[in-house]
Design a protein. Structure first.
Length: 262
């Protein structure tokens, strides 16, 4: 537990290899904004088979099946991850985070109270350790989801039609609609995620808890950039190296959702 920071118990899925190992050298995966552990189901099964290691996918606070709670800071989200690792007695973890989850993973690595022997490898997917505005698309997505909830809709089809005004890409709309709570008979339909908390927390999501030169993590780190994405630009490379001196940066032919496109 980080001093003065309250954590919550995160929902998670586990994928355990045939040898029954649940704790040694696991890969822990953190999703991005509006994502959930469900986004990583297929890849997690493949990772477990290929690596022969346990895989844990987490729902970060205010996402998926995890608790709805303020505040939405990276230090609090990193504390949630530490709590889960300690509750499950995980050791020598590899931590993979995409987008917002990547910033959580970096915050976890850089926090001076993270046990030094807990984190073995860090993988950051298409995000940089910088303070920068979220994309205009994200702002539109929040507006669209607010419109859905205000429209008293009763079907996924209606929600999709409303979101089409805010997002033209059907695959992105499908991603956003994974958050729609269709498992209940309650009407009208609402999202599982607390739109108000996520909207309120947007300035924190745009931020980063450390300034260059303030902290560094010397462990093995891999940054993966989507060549069609602007979330990492090559001007960020010196900043990345300041925080993570042992960094390799790889570029893949993909957009921001690298794990869904490759």
């Amino acid at each position: 537990m980080f001093s003065g920071v309250s954590s919550v118990k995160l929902a998670y899925d586990e994928y355990i290899p045939p040898n029954g190992n649940k704790t040694e050298r696991p890969l822990v995966i953190l999703h991005g904004f509006f994502g959930s552990k469900r986004n990583w189901q297929s890849l997690s099964k493949a990772f477990m088979k290929d690596l022969g290691r346990p895989i844990y996918t987490l729902d970060l606070r205010n996402h998926g099946s995890s608790p709805h709670v303020r505040p939405m800071t990276y230090t609090h989200m990193a504390a949630d991850v530490l709590d889960l690792c300690q509750r499950l007695s995980l050791t020598n973890i590899s931590l993979l985070g995409h987008s917002m989850g990547g910033k959580v993973a970096m915050s976890f690595a850089l926090n001076p109270e993270t046990p030094p022997d807990l984190l073995k490898d860090l993988i950051v997917s298409d995000i940089a350790p910088v303070r920068a505005k979220v994309s205009a698309d994200t702002v539109l997505h929040i507006e669209g989801m607010e419109k859905v909830e205000a429209s008293n809709i009763t079907s996924r089809k209606q929600a999709n039609e409303i979101l089409e005004e805010y997002e033209k890409d059907p695959s992105v709309r499908a991603f956003l609609l994974t958050n729609l709570n269709t498992d209940t008979k309650a009407s009208p339909l609402k999202f599982k995620v607390p739109i108000d908390i996520l909207k309120e927390g947007r300035p924190e999501i745009e931020s980063f808890p450390y300034a260059p030169g303030e902290r560094a993590w010397d462990g093995h780190t891999l940054f993966v950039k989507g060549s069609k994405s602007k979330f990492i630009n090559w001007h960020n490379k010196p900043v990345i190296k300041q925080f993570f001196p042992e960094t390799t940066v790889s570029e893949l032919d993909a957009g921001h959702w690298i794990h869904a496109e490759m």
